[in-house]
Write a protein that binds this ligand. Sequence first.
Ligand code: ATP
Ligand code: MG
Length: 417
Amino acid sequence: MIQLIRGFKDILPGEVELWQAVEKVARELLEDFGFKEIRIPIVERTELFARSIGEDTDIVEKEMYTFPDRKGDLITLRPEATASIVRAYIQHRLYAKDPVQKFYTIGPMFRRERPQKGRYRQFYQINAEIFGVQSGLVDVQLIFLLVRLFARLEVADVITHINSLGCPKCRPQFKAALSEFFASVSDQLCADCIRRKDRNPLRVLDCKVPACRAAVADAPAIIDHLCSECKADFDEVQNMLQKLGVPFVVDKNLVRGLDYYARTTFEIQTGSLGAQNAVAGGGRYDGLVSELGGPDIPATGFAIGFDRLTELTGLAASQFYRKPDIFVAALGDKSRLLAFEWICALGDEGIRAELDFAGKSLKSQMKRADRLAADHVLIVGDDELAKGEAILRNMKTKDQASIPLDGLVEAIKNRIY
Ligand code: ATP
Ligand code: MG
């Protein structure tokens, strides 16, 4: 038997109802906040991710599914969505009419990491991006939206972590301070971090290796090195979060991505997922649109881990199962052919109707109706045909009624609605 690939998974009926419900809540909220859906390809040129995510990141260094296509061009299964959305924004000149644009997308991402609970090689994200607004207030709006979404989905035990990464003006100064600090603790750092500490010291703050995490605990805080504009921006973000009643902690070691990221960065963490504690992350990436060849337009966004969200929500798939509205127990070939026409017409009317095609006994058909938890059973056999009516039984109340065959679909529709 051929099994699926490690780190990949099937989302089966019984579980998929929860995914659908979560997606519906997320879509509605995003659209209420003015986001429009954008659908982007699953594969892109490798260069797009290498340049936007950054060469020194875990994703680009070791997690991407990259392979040559049949002509030898290097292509990559997308590990995240922001790069593609920025590419689309530039390629279709979406900024020309109005630089302010809000997009969301929902779909699978691919990273070759070590599979474990909450960490898969194909996982799903809900992604939102806002282009063309320089204000920290929209960063606050994104965080607010996330917090509201988690509340609607009954996700308990979440906490918002925020930090500021400064801007190209103040960043060189704190990068130098960080490099100097890491040089003093380099005997405690992993090989990756020793290499990264001078090239890109911010990445060291993000390392998952326990020894590195311990070593960075005393690292200098970026927010102590912010320029006056970045400091004012970060103050505004914190004040507004307070006004909106969003609890948060300032996390001095929270970093994301590379140099194109700026100012506010945030992560929603939970105590209930073990080591995989991040449910969503995001932040401002003001330099990325111009870095990828577009005009100098600021942007900000977030990505939610959909899989982790479904593991955290207080909602249960069973709340969303759809049982058959009616099971038609037809006895004899003539009844069955008539019943077949009915179930087709009922389905078209939005009534979920099931029929047994195997010609089983009434007893075994009733058993199946029970197993499917159908609300109603419609019984029709030769006797009923002769009388010109079928029997409708309400499985909850056990009430029975005779329904004339003439106009039966309409009559059932009226009773069930
Ligand atoms: P982590 O720190 O857990 O590796 P990350 O910083 O790599 O997360 P992002 O790139 O910020 O993650 O992606 C946003 C969200 O996507 C994460 O907060 C997480 O919920 C989810 N996510 C990331 N990688 C995976 C994965 N391999 N499997 C499942 N969910 C994931
Ligand atoms: Mg990761």
